[in-house]
Design a protein around this ligand. Structure first.
Ligand code: SAM
Length: 253
């Protein structure tokens, strides 16, 4: 899998990309990353200019970006989508990460200033992705974010394949809560079922927690399967525990 990132700040990207799961992937033969700086193309003093029609800020010019995208395309035989990081794009989610993880990577464009000339979007970009409904100063963080989300789904990149299989958003659920040693920390104990050694009960507890948390925090994720008889029973169990916890808190207040 190969990512090409068009950015005015290649150094910032290189520093982060060397770390953690992304760093491991890039050091293996499973992933490659190349950064392209529009400043290196169409040698002019600046790759940006004032917006036509007036207004604040600067806009990245079409030609240096188009040349950088063409160079990135020419660097690999594998056909990959050209994606612009933009607050106006489709909000990124796990389903998009899963879909992109099936392909050969992407050419990612990180905008800066007021954004990039619309004409290069029209001529070179396949689609736009947003990190969420907020405005950042540049597309580098969203580009790294989506690269990380995609790479951890590529077989062989995570140490334990089950990590990606058991996670939030898989099967339309958030993940159950996690605990580690010590068993008692500042008076708070790990739920006893997790130290019982009974794998069936642990699995059951995790399913109850996963569906319950999703119901509590992100009911929008729950699909029809969450309301079949089995899952309704799990949810009822969570709600009963949840209400019991609330009434305990109320009596201790
Ligand atoms: N003027 C643009 C607008 O109002 O839509 C915002 C430009 S923003 C200051 C500069 C660059 O940061 C964008 O071109 C984009 O690449 C990136 N960016 C900012 N917020 C983003 C977000 N939520 N998701 C993805 N990229 C974002």
């Amino acid at each position: 899998m190969r990512f090409d990132l068009i950015t005015l700040l290649p150094e910032a990207v290189a520093a982060f990309a060397a770390l953690g799961v992304t760093g491991e992937a890039l050091r293996s033969d499973k992933a490659q990353l190349a950064a392209w700086n529009p400043r290196d193309f169409e040698r002019k003093a600046r790759p940006d200019d004032k917006p036509y029609g007036g207004g604040a800020g600067m806009v990245l010019q079409a030609e240096p970006l188009a040349q950088a995208i063409d160079a990135a395309r020419a660097a690999s035989d594998v056909s990959r989508p050209v994606i612009l990081l933009s607050p106006q794009g489709q909000p990124f989610d796990q389903a998009m990460a899963q879909q992109l993880a099936q392909g050969g990577g992407a050419i990612l464009i990180a905008g800066r200033y007021e954004g990039i000339d619309q004409r290069v979007i029209d001529s070179h970009v396949d689609f736009e992705i947003s990190a969420g409904d907020f405005v950042l100063s540049g597309g580098e963080l969203p580009a790294l974010m989506i690269m990380d989300a995609i790479l951890r789904l590529v077989p062989g990149i995570l140490g334990d394949e089950n990590s990606a299989r058991d996670e939030s958003f898989v099967d339309a659920r958030l993940e159950y809560p996690q605990y580690t040693r010590p068993e008692s920390w500042r008076g708070r104990r790990v739920p006893p079922v997790l130290t019982s050694g009974n794998h069936r009960e642990i699995l059951h507890w995790r399913r109850v927690q996963a569906i319950g948390r999703t119901w509590e925090r992100r009911p929008d994720l729950l699909d029809e399967s969450a309301f079949d008889a089995h899952n309704r029973a799990l949810l009822r169990e969570y709600i009963n525990e949840f209400l019991a916890g609330q009434s305990k808190d109320a009596t201790s207040d």
